[in-house]
Design a protein. Structure first.
Length: 831
């Protein structure tokens, strides 16, 4: 569950746009001459008064005369942004998304406008850009509501940060750009290299900017010559301090090391420790929920033992303030705290639809195989569709409008977790993993029971860098502190029988595999050339594997309606200033609206659509009481369409020279049949809701066909992701070490090419299922734990015997007195 557009303030009056909306991919430019400088810009903007941002926002660009035929390296930019009494900042992303693009941030301070070129590897405070781009100013103005800056940005249209490169091609005549603005001023405002920013609170988004002939101007050189002003930095001095780690205690050894405490890792660590094994769970992040020692939250939670992670009504805070919580080493949103996604997500919790397993997984993982595991999961975490402890549902007006409309349109009412297989033209209240009005889920069950056992150990603030291996046998993991107090050094596993389970998530696990010399050669070469290089395992021991391929996510397509009955609840406001009665009900009885997930989710509805290729594609719709794009909160509902099981488009995740991960090949809409299902789904929903009096579609509106709407929407993770990333360490029988093989792990979740390394998290899924996936991932972990525990430990091979090779699936260990030695790619021998 995610929201696309953060709407600033409630109910800003909708006004007509000066410039087109920041939604479509073909926003034509408005030509505009800046009166102060005479510079002619192509410009795009959001009107003052529009719902996306308070005060409006405009970005303009002027380019060298040949820029539409030869890629320009620089531009003259125009930014007009909102700032209240000199307080605020704004920016533009020159690649569109916040991550992996060159970012320009600008803010007023006294009489000057300061700028900083930045680059973000995750959804957290961007780093200073280290390339040779440079900003010089032509002119600036500041008044009590806005500031305007005309600036030259040299070497800004190609970027390279620590070896990761990107760029914007002006000769294509089309750019994807991103806008952002915020009200609080940066910290250290006179020192651009050391500013601190709170997450933008006045909107952000991407848009497709079509360049027209006015953008490239023969006067460019003369205009650029006017950019003579630089604003001097005044800095107090460096403030960064190094993270201090704790050495791994000598003599520690574990039967199992589980890496990552999220949806996969928590149940896995619990089940392994339940069997009596000595288990260490290593988690990079800090404690999240109150039960496990977390402390983060708004002031009204202090002293309650609750944190922001516990209260369902605060779950969307991750989109408002992700600092310290979002992973900084992946360009998508992921929770790097104890609980992983299950600490930050909206808690939607679905009993598996049998067809998902039967369609996606090989034998051994079909529905009948996993049904017992699903039963165990749902006996521990039954979930609820009435999260408030008084059994009532609050603010149901939006739910009622849509569900009565769907019923009228012939769709059937179901209780999602009572009939998990009814997913065609059905609707339901949303089920959550919540319990007792709090987050619940794996943290409150699996982790709680694991912690009661003396043979279970948990290390927080500690990141696993790589597994240490001797050929295909893992001897331990190398750890480094992620925060002060995290461990540093090598953690060994029990000789011969010890095992490592990677549960660090779709991006985290793939990264550890690559840093351990397991992955596609092009990726291992990148690791070799990185800071890891000198200590990376020798290339003769690299294990070829399609790690990072088969990346999948539910493609999200947001649609919006309004209806006079809909009533918006401001969950964002509840962070700072909760309504007193709601706060009291929640704190005293865990009842009321704050026991429900923000932003008032439901109904959920489903449809299955058969494509021209004969494949049935699954759609899930998640409705929420919130506006999107320029439809303000108040009477609006956003209905997010997820394209799930049956979609064939897949992408790729890769690693960068700075060792962060990126979605380098976006897994959306590569197959025309996938797109047709998305379009048909919207048409079918429009038809189903036709008879609802007073219901108005704003996206797509009555003058836009569903086909044009979908064709015209930018295809980028920024506006289309669902944060359900899966698939980078696919489970299967076609061994990925061999030509054409697509699987990274076998049916026991063991990594091909190793005898004691396992992967259990979202990354092993061959594709996305019908629904939000966390209950499926927990189920997979329950199932995998049994398989792993049932496996015999590797037996040492006799001297002279084979102990490795490209298609070797036996033990990689050798009898005492011999070691496993590489002969060629297909044969290693105990010598
Ligand atoms: C904002 C958001 C909302 C979502 N909403 C829902 C929802 O409502 N319902 C639903 O079913 N799904 C939802 N999802 C998806 C779901 O939460 C994820 O699919 C699921 O948590 C993935 O499980 P996982 O075990 O693969 O990884 P994660 O749960 O992400 O766990 C991975 C863990 O590994 C840790 N880690 C990473 N690298 C290392 C390392 N090197 N060393 C040590 N630790 C490491 C991370 O800190 C993290 O705790 C949402 C996801 C997000 C991000
Ligand atoms: C502390 C600093 C920052 C944090 C924590 C942060 C966090 C985030 C988050 C969580 C999102 C996704 C929101 C959503 O989808 O609802 C986002 C989007 C965005 N951010 Fe930031 N941000 C920060 C600074 C910046 C800066 C300095 C810029 C540019 C100058 C920027 C530009 C953008 C843009 C353009 C988007 C929309 C596109 C996208 O989702 O990738 N951000 N940011």
């Amino acid at each position: 569950m995610r929201t696309t557009t953060r709407l600033a303030g409630a109910l800003a009056a909708a006004a007509s746009f000066l410039f087109p909306t920041a939604l479509a991919q073909n926003n034509a430019a408005v030509t505009f001459t800046d009166p102060g400088t005479g510079i002619v810009f192509n410009s795009w903007g959001i009107a003052n008064g529009a719902a996306q941002t308070q005060g409006g926002y405009t970005f303009g660009m002027a380019l060298p005369s040949n820029a539409l035929s030869t890629d320009a390296t620089e531009f003259i930019g125009y930014l007009q942004c909102a700032a209240k009494d000199n307080k605020g900042w704004c920016g533009v992303s020159l690649g569109g998304p916040m991550t992996n693009s060159l970012l320009v941030a600008a803010w007023p301070n006294e009489d000057n406008i300061y700028t900083s070129l930045r680059y973000a590897t995750g959804y957290a405070m961007p780093d200073p850009y280290t390339g040779d781009a440079k900003i010089t100013q032509v002119s600036s103005t500041i008044n009590s509501t806005h500031f305007t800056l005309v600036f030259r940005c040299q070497n800004c249209l190609k970027w390279n940060q620590a070896g990761t490169s990107g760029g914007a091609s002006t000769s294509a005549g089309f750019l994807v750009l991103g806008w952002v603005q915020a009200f609080p001023s940066p910290g250290n405002p006179t020192c651009p290299s050391q500013i601190t920013l709170e997450q933008h609170d006045n909107g952000m988004g991407i848009w497709g900017a079509v360049l027209d002939s006015n953008v490239a101007n023969p006067s460019y050189t003369a205009w650029a010559a006017k950019a003579t002003k630089t604003v001097a930095e005044t800095c107090a001095g460096p403030t960064e301090t190094a993270i201090v780690g704790v050495p791994v205690p000598t003599g520690t050894v574990f039967d199992y090391v589980v890496v990552g405490g999220g949806a996969g890792g928590l149940p896995m660590a619990d089940k392994l420790s339940e069997s009596g094994k000595k288990v260490l769970l290593i988690e990079k992040g800090f404690a999240s929920t109150g039960e496990h020692g977390g402390t983060l939250g708004p002031s009204w939670l202090s002293g309650t033992g609750l944190t922001r992670f516990d209260v369902p009504g605060l779950c969307n805070q991750i989109w408002v303030d992700s600092k310290g919580i979002a992973c900084t080493d992946t360009d998508q949103m992921a929770g790097c705290v104890l609980g992983g996604g299950t600490a930050v997500n909206a808690g939607l919790w679905f009993k598996p639809y049998s067809l998902d397993w039967d369609y996606l997984f090989p034998a051994g993982w079909k529905y009948n195989d996993i049904a017992a595991a699903a039963g165990r999961v749902f006996s521990r975490i039954p979930g609820t569709d009435t999260p408030s402890t008084d059994g009532k549902r609050y603010y149901q007006q939006g739910f009622d409008v849509l569900s009565s409309g769907l019923a009228g349109g012939g769709w059937g009412k179901v209780t999602a977790n009572s009939s998990p297989n009814q997913k065609n033209r059905t609707y339901s209240a949303a089920p959550f993993m919540y319990s007792g009005g709090q987050r619940g889920g794996p943290l409150a069950t699996y982790l709680t029971s694991a912690k009661r056992r003396a043979n279970f150990n948990l290390w927080l603030n500690t990141a696993v860098k790589r597994v240490i291996r001797d050929g295909g046998h893992i001897t331990g993991v190398e750890v480094e502190p992620f925060r002060n107090g995290g461990y540093q050094g090598i953690v060994p596993v029990t000789a011969t029988a010890g095992r490592v389970v990677l549960s660090a998530g779709t991006f985290g696990t793939a990264k550890i595999l690559m840093r351990s010399g397991i992955g596609p050669t092009d990726q291992l070469e990148i690791v070799k050339a990185s800071a890891d290089g000198p200590t990376m395992i020798n290339s003769t021991a690299w294990i070829p594997s399609p790690v990072g391929y088969n990346l999948d996510d539910h493609l999200n397509t947001d649609t919006v309606i309004t209806h006079p009955n809909v009533s918006f609840y401001d969950f964002y406001e509840a962070w700072d200033a909760p309504i007193e009665g709601d706060k009291t009900s929640y704190l005293s009885k865990r009842s009321g609206i704050l026991a429900q997930a923000a932003p008032n989710i439901g109904p959920m509805f489903w449809e299955e659509i058969k494509g021209a290729d004969g494949i049935v594609r699954q759609l899930q719709w998640t409705a929420r009481v919130e506006g999107s794009f320029d439809t303000p909160n108040g009477k609006a509902m956003t209905m997010s369409q997820y394209l799930g099981r049956g979609a064939t488009s897949r992408g790729r995740m890769t690693i960068t020279p700075a060792l962060s991960t990126i979605v380098s090949d976006v897994p959306y809409l590569k197959d025309p049949n996938d797109k047709e299902a998305v379009i048909q789904g919207i048409v079918n929903l429009q038809n189903a809701l036709k008879k609802v009096t007073g219901l108005v579609w704003t996206y797509p509106n009555s003058t836009t066909t569903a086909r044009n709407y979908v064709n015209d929407m930018v295809v980028s993770p920024s506006n289309r992701r669902s944060n359900h990333w899966m698939g980078t360490s696919k489970l299967g029988t076609d061994d990925g070490r061999l030509n054409g093989g697509t699987a990274v792990v076998d049916l026991n979740t063991k990594v091909y090419g190793t005898d004691n390394l396992f992967v259990v998290d979202a990354s092993i899924f061959p594709g996305v299922p019908t629904t939000n996936p966390s209950a499926y991932i927990v189920t997979a972990a329950e199932h995998a734990a049994q398989k792993i525990l049932a496996l015999a430990a590797p037996v040492r091979n006799a001297k002279w015997a084979q102990c490795g090779g490209r298609n070797w699936n036996g033990s990689f260990l050798c009898a005492a007195g011999s070691t496993c030695q590489y002969q060629n790619d297909w044969y290693s021998q105990c010598l």
